[in-house]
Design a binder for this molecule. Structure first.
Ligand SMILES: NC(=O)c1ccc[n+]([C@@H]2O[C@H](COP(=O)([O-])OP(=O)(O)OC[C@H]3O[C@@H](n4cnc5c(N)ncnc54)[C@H](O)[C@@H]3O)[C@@H](O)[C@H]2O)c1
Length: 333
């Protein structure tokens, strides 16, 4: 008989209510066992709705509810103490991106997970969507890539709001937050760049007090002769999401849930389309994590895979602060 793993949800804000709690309801291998948030009102509402015990104190949850794993979806600056408490209790963690807010924190957390013998999987949902790994398999068809262009934009009416508007709390702005998905694709497909030159701005809401960039433009280059840029904005619509990689035989263009191979003139040679594009990514990720815990599937998004992401971000922010190029490898702790 298949015994479902017991999951606790920590952080009951937007991502938990829109993705993980509905996702858990669709899972085959896990079920919700407890919830936790520092906001008692949220705890009461969600615990009542799902008929599970609710906690405002994580350590109490770990002791009393004894989950098999915890799904962590909290403001970025509180990720570290929560992962540390789980590691201390020997409880596995599915962590909403980002893995960590800087390379030092990333290295510490990776070592902690290792020492505690817990699995940690970062939820970058494109890794678990069939089109994105399939697109990677098409990359050979364009020859040696020489150009990469990434763009991820949408419009938030108030990019300055809450913890996301404060660079210290969020570990950066749009680049560290939504941009993390684009950086993940870039590193997964092409590796960590050798040089980064970044510009960031907080100019979308004149007069508003915020220091976490709403827009970032990152030029990047690889010593092997590939170069390009990533543009990320949470203030400039319309919503776009695209990574295009060009080589002598054409372009691989990956958009939200689709991949197309174009000839050098821009004509579509073939395409991959999933319909619906995103049926149930949270449930897929949670079930996959259960299989990682059972030892029946590898973890494609563990701590080691995410050390380059924090190095990329640290290099981009260092470059933006100094107006000089930075080498992300120097930020690998
Ligand atoms: N994968 C994606 O596409 C995606 C999309 C949105 C958000 N996220 C990620 O999800 C996480 C949460 O984002 P969000 O939009 O839900 O934020 P949010 O502000 O809506 O919710 C955060 C919740 O965490 C709670 N919280 C704060 N400190 C806590 C603590 N110490 N212990 C327990 N709970 C605490 C807050 O009270 C709040 O309810 C972030 O890491 C974010 O990057 C991922």
């Amino acid at each position: 008989m298949n015994v479902r793993k017991r999951a606790a949800m920590v952080g009951l804000g937007h991502q938990a209510t829109s993705d993980h709690l509905p996702g858990l309801a669709q899972c085959h291998l896990a079920e919700l066992a407890a919830v936790c948030d520092v906001d008692a009102g949220r705890v009461d509402a969600v615990a009542d709705a799902h008929r599970v015990p609710g906690f405002t104190d994580l350590e109490q949850l770990l002791e009393e509810a004894r989950p098999d794993f915890v799904i962590v979806a909290v403001p970025h600056h509180v990720g570290q103490p929560i992962v540390s408490a789980c590691a201390e209790a020997g409880v596995h963690v599915m962590k909403e991106k980002p893995f960590a807010t800087d390379p030092h924190e990333a290295a510490e957390l990776a070592a902690l997970c290792d020492k505690a013998g817990i699995e940690l999987m970062v939820t970058v949902q494109r890794r678990f969507h069939p089109v994105y790994p399939a697109a990677l398999a098409l990359l050979d068809r364009i020859g040696t890539p020489y150009l990469v262009e990434g763009r991820y934009t949408f419009h938030r009416p108030d990019p300055a709001a809450g913890w996301r508007g404060r660079a210290k709390l969020a570990g950066g702005g749009c680049l560290a937050d939504m941009g993390y998905h684009l950086i993940d694709l870039l590193i997964w497909y092409l590796g960590l760049p050798d040089h980064i030159l970044a510009d960031t701005s907080t100019a979308a809401v004149p007069g508003a007090e915020y220091d976490a960039e709403d827009t970032a433009l990152v030029h990047l280059a690889y010593d092997r002769g590939l170069y390009g840029s990533l543009l990320v904005s949470r203030s400039a619509g319309p919503k776009t999401e695209r990574l295009a990689i060009t080589g002598p035989h054409g372009t691989l263009a990956v958009e939200r849930g689709t991949a197309r191979l174009l000839d050098p003139g821009g004509q579509v040679i073939e395409s991959l389309l999933r319909e619906p594009a995103w049926p149930c990514p949270p449930a897929v990720q949670i079930d996959r994590f259960c299989r990682v815990l059972d030892g029946t599937a590898p973890n494609p998004s563990g701590p080691a895979e995410h050390l380059p992401h924090t190095a990329f971000l640290a290099a981009a922010y260092a470059s933006a602060a100094t107006n000089r190029p930075a080498d992300p490898k120097e930020f690998l702790a």
